[in-house]
Design a protein around this ligand. Structure first.
Ligand code: SF4
Length: 446
């Protein structure tokens, strides 16, 4: 939580000695609150004041780092309860679980499937980032072996799950330097696991049987010298988990230190569809990591799409570059579809044009990333902006006809577009899903 200038001033020496380059301690405090100067510029601040200021300036939710080098992932440091108030900063990490009770062939197949869980959606690559290795067998050697294999095959950082601190230590040593997240499932072993996490330089996830026990546990872990903590309230099932995650986030943002850590949640429903709903719910509110048994691509793409939507900045529409795009082997008689540069709109149109198998041009007009109707209502998608984009795109040199296809929702623009551009404006379908039929059955270049 950012400190005000007056809160910082209370901890300064108040001698106005000017050694920091500012005329008074108050002036220095104000600059520090505005993040224009750092505390080390004051040579007279006491160690106690420094510690107090650093503790007070700590974020309400600790930043935790998992993985190393190119695989480094960060969670925590969130500042909001409601996304519309600012934004959520660190997308929930998804971890797909593999148990060490699986037969070797089945474990290998599952790891290969996890390695392939990457997708492209609205022009962005989205992936499952982690693999969760579950020591369900309680056997240390099997756990260590699968942990090695999981990281090697998937190329992803691991969550190592065990009820035994010594098993976590063995697997963590096998992954030395890769900084896996250690998850101790037995609360009685939490302090022993904290010692392991500290010695192996790994973050630690702890669970407790309910929020009160969790609030008792985390100060003990921190007192043991570990700040890189992830918390699991220990409840399972959608309603109880959602309630617990919400209470943790609320309390953390009110600076309740025992809950000031990123959270981990597990899907547990019997059916895959319900697990998709569970995972999507935890992504929206307020899990930092979701561990799931889902493995099919359609299941995880649903969750990743939810994550992508929740973790965009609501004040900045997701936009594509406004320009002329081509789909397929376009020629002089290919259709020209006009749309906005709102990412979701553009990729919906592009996907349907691809599905039609009719090579086409798509002219994406700069509407500051807003959708067709929003842009039309705010006068960003009008005869003038469409004509300007048309002329600037160079399309007149690439096609022999002079026909463009407008989104059906803005049929009202067609006369104005024809007057300004000199092109014939044809009214296309209202929904992108109508594009394949339109291009196959109604489009003619002459
Ligand atoms: Fe105050 Fe420190 Fe600046 Fe001196 S150096 S004026 S004590 S803030």
């Amino acid at each position: 939580m950012a400190l005000t200038g007056l809160e910082i001033y209370k901890h300064l020496p108040k001698t106005n000695c000017k050694d920091c380059g500012f005329p008074t301690c108050l002036a220095f405090a104000m600059k520090m609150a505005a993040k224009q100067v750092s505390l080390d510029k004051c040579p007279h601040v006491t160690a106690a004041a420094k510690a107090a200021l650093e503790a007070a300036a700590r974020p309400p939710i600790q930043l935790v780092t998992i993985g190393a080098d190119a695989q480094e992932l960060k969670i925590g440091n969130e500042t909001q309860l409601y996304r519309h108030e600012e934004k959520f900063y660190r997308p929930t990490l998804l971890a797909v679980r593999v148990c060490d009770t699986l037969e070797p062939a089945a474990a290998s197949a599952r790891l290969e499937a996890i390695a392939a869980l990457s997708f492209e959606r609205v022009g962005t690559k989205v992936s499952v980032e982690m693999v969760a290795v579950d020591n369900a067998s309680a056997d240390a050697a099997r756990f260590e072996s699968l942990a090695r294999q999981a990281v090697e095959v998937t190329g992803r950082p691991a969550v190592l799950i065990s009820a035994k601190a010594e098993n976590l230590q063995r697997a963590a040593r096998a992954l030395a330097g890769k900084r896996p997240l250690l998850y101790i499932s037995d609360p009685q072993q939490a302090l022993a696991a904290a010692a392991v996490a500290k010695s192996e330089n790994c973050p630690l996830a702890v669970r407790a049987d309910g929020l009160e026990e969790l609030a008792d546990l985390t100060p003990k872990i921190e007192a043991a010298g570990l700040e890189q903590i992830v918390i699991d309230p220990g409840v399972r099932g959608l309603k109880a988990t959602l309630e617990a995650l919400t209470r943790i986030r609320r309390a953390a943002l009110k600076n309740f230190r025992p809950f000031g850590y990123p959270t981990i949640a597990f899907t547990s429903a019997a059916s895959a569809m319900l697990q998709v709903i569970e995972a999507s719910t935890y992504v929206a509110k307020y899990a930092s990591i979701v561990v799931t048994d889902l493995i099919e691509r359609w299941q995880l793409l649903s969750v990743l799409a939810t994550r992508q939507d929740v973790f965009t900045d609501p004040q900045k529409p997701v936009a594509v570059q406004p320009k002329l795009y081509t789909v397929g082997e376009v020629g002089a008689d290919s259709p020209v579809l006009v749309t906005t540069n709102f990412s979701l709109t553009y990729y919906s149109v592009e996907g349907e044009v691809e599905a039609s198998r009719v090579p086409a041009y798509i002219l994406s007009v700069d509407t500051e990333g807003t959708s067709v109707l929003t842009a039309w209502a705010s006068d960003k998608f009008n005869a003038g902006t469409i004509t300007k984009a048309l002329k600037a795109s160079g399309i007149e040199q690439r096609v022999s006809h002079r026909k463009l296809i407008l989104p059906g929702l803005v049929a009202v623009l067609s006369a104005g577009v024809e007057d300004e551009s000199g092109w014939l404006a044809q009214v296309g379908p209202k929904e992108a899903s109508g594009i394949p039929s339109y291009l196959k059955n109604q489009w003619k270049s002459n």
